[in-house]
Every structure is written in structure tokens, then in C-alpha cells.
Design a protein around this ligand. Structure first.
Ligand SMILES: [Zn+2]
Ligand SMILES: [Zn+2]
Length: 318
């Protein structure tokens, strides 16, 4: 069983997010670095083209549950609420999750919602969000151009955007709306490439490079690593089951570990070869398959004895 790059990235980022959160004991307000990690996990969720796996779902839910124990502000975990929606853990669509946050009073909180929307833009629905985003252009002071930029980014082309925006009916400040839209048309490049939002996206991408590629390059430490999620599983003393058996005169050891992080099992077969080089092969096992196999191997009372003639030993005979 192979693990997609996206799944591994999601796992590395959410783990680092939880780690930094626990080190700072919640940290209020959230450090920018921690926000970047959260947004990086959101970016991986939003941009992946292949199907989400059960592991992704478990990883996001676990990370969110862990983060909830800290006394964070309700908007701190907003990226997670979008992720939960994207993985199908909640009924509400990502756009509906984000919608009420786009028009909150404090401009710094609106900007946070725009940044989240920018990172998740490929998964958002312009039909749901456009009216609120354009209302900001009409009647807010801070960050109205970022609101416009996000709105534009939800469309495939300028034409589509303008066609829809022309249908918007200003509520209380039609003149301000018109003049701002005219200003925007004159410096359209800034609308397409909004500096603040792009800076955040760049920071998010740096986190992905640092923690995902950094994690892949990390030197292996002692003990087995989970074949599914790379979590350290400990040495032989931590196995859920093992069996030493005879392999045409060589000694083969099957070992199985359970991963507390992702719930999957990892199987290692080590052949202590008399003639050639020792051989090790490692593979992932599902939660059900691993549990079943472990229970089966534990059916032998003397798993370390390769000459044991019990039913378990006979059935793994090579
Ligand atoms: Zn694992
Ligand atoms: Zn036996």
C-alpha cells in the first residue's frame, strides 16, 4: 500500500501544528508561524486532485480535536473547519463555513478570513460568496481591495467576474462602490495579484517545503517507522506480535507493530541469511488485517522458537 504525497504532507503539517501549539500552550494570539502551518494543511486539503483517504480524514479530525483543548479564539481554527468540510466530516460546504466570517466587524478578522479564502479559493463557490465580498468593497474601510481580489479569484476569467459583478446591487453606498470598482479596473494587476494575500501564500508554501521535504530527509532513528504515516513505532519490544520461523534453513522473523497515530499496522520481515545478505522488507497493513494477523501469530506460545511445530508455525512455513 502506498501513501500519497498529499497524505504525507497533510500528516507532517498537522503534526507540526499540534507540536508547536502544545509547546506554546495554545498561545493567544496564535503565532504567525502556527497560522501558516494551519493554512499549509488547508492548502494541501484544498489543492489535492486525488481522492482523500481514510487516513487524511482521521488525521484532520485528530489534529482538530487536539487543538480544541487549548483556549483558542473561535476564528483560530477556522481553517480546520474548512478542512473538516472538505473531508466530508461536516455537512456544511466550505463556502458556507467561511461566509459569515467575511463580513465581521474587525478588519483584522476579515483579513484572516480573506487569507483563508485565498488559500482555499479553488474549492470555494463564487455564487455563495460574491455578494458578501462585494459588500465589503461597497461599505468597509479596511482591506476592501483584498475582498475584491478574493472575489475575482473565485472566477475563471475577468469576463466571467465582470459579468457577475455587474449584476451586484449596492445596498447603501452605491457611489463608493462604483468609484472603487473604477479605481480597481485602472490597477487591475493589483487586484489579480494582491500583495498581502500573495505574501501569506508564499509563507504557507515555505512551510510546506520546510516541513514536508525536511521530514522526508530526516535521518531514520532507532526502531521501526510506520509504513503508512512515518510515526516512530519503537523497537522490537513494542511489537504487537512476532514469529520466528524457518525459511529454507535461514531464520525469518515476522514482526508487526501497531501505530497509535494512524491506527494502521506495519509488518517487517527480516531474514537472517546464512549465505547472502540479510533481507528486510517492510509493508503496511490495514487496521483490520494487522489486528487479525497479530491475533493469529499470538496463537503460538513460543513465537521465538523457529522449530516449534504448532499450527501457527506450520501455516507460515516457507
Ligand atoms: Zn502510522
Ligand atoms: Zn509455534
Amino acid at each position: 500500500m502506498s501513501q500519497t504525497v498529499a497524505s504525507r504532507s497533510l500528516l507532517a503539517l498537522t503534526r507540526e501544528f499540534n507540536r508547536q501549539l502544545s509547546e506554546g500552550e495554545g498561545v493567544d494570539p496564535l503565532a504567525r508561524e502556527i497560522e501558516d502551518l494551519e493554512l499549509a494543511a488547508l492548502a494541501v486539503c484544498a489543492d489535492r486532485s486525488d481522492a482523500l483517504t481514510a487516513l487524511d480524514v482521521a488525521v484532520v479530525i485528530r489534529c482538530h480535536d487536539e487543538a480544541k483543548q487549548y483556549d483558542l479564539k473561535p476564528w483560530d481554527l477556522l481553517p480546520f473547519e474548512l478542512m473538516l468540510s472538505m473531508i466530508g466530516a461536516t455537512e456544511v460546504s466550505p463556502s458556507r463555513v467561511l461566509l459569515p466570517h467575511l463580513t465581521v466587524g474587525p478588519s483584522a478578522l476579515r483579513l484572516w478570513a480573506f487569507e483563508i479564502g485565498w488559500i482555499a479559493r479553488r474549492r470555494l463557490d463564487a455564487r455563495v460568496l460574491m455578494a458578501s465580498l462585494l459588500l465589503n468593497v461597497e461599505n468597509t474601510i479596511g482591506y476592501w481591495s483584498q475582498s475584491l481580489a478574493l472575489c475575482r479569484a473565485l472566477f475563471d476569467s475577468d469576463e466571467e467576474f465582470h459579468r457577475s459583478a455587474d449584476e451586484y446591487e449596492p445596498q447603501d453606498m452605491p457611489e463608493q462602490f462604483q468609484s472603487r470598482m473604477e479605481d480597481a479596473r485602472e490597477s487591475w494587476g493589483e487586484v489579480l495579484y494582491p500583495a498581502i494575500l500573495q505574501r501569506r501564500e508564499l509563507a504557507v508554501q515555505r512551510r510546506i517545503v520546510r516541513y514536508v521535504l525536511g521530514g522526508l530527509q530526516a535521518a531514520p532513528d532507532d526502531g521501526r517507522k510506520c509504513a503508512t504515516c512515518d510515526e516512530g513505532l519503537g523497537g522490537y519490544e513494542a511489537r504487537t506480535a512476532f514469529l520466528v520461523s524457518d525459511a529454507m534453513g535461514d531464520e525469518a522473523t515476522d514482526s508487526i507493530w501497531h501505530c497509535a497515530l494512524c491506527g494502521q499496522y506495519t509488518k517487517e520481515t527480516y531474514v537472517d541469511s546464512f549465505f547472502g545478505e540479510d533481507r528486510v522488507s517492510v509493508s503496511a497493513m490495514s487496521a483490520e488485517g494487522g489486528a487479525e494477523r497479530s491475533a493469529f501469530l499470538r496463537g503460538c506460545a513460543t513465537p521465538g522458537d523457529r522449530r516449534c511445530g504448532c499450527g501457527v508455525h506450520l501455516s507460515v512455513g516457507r
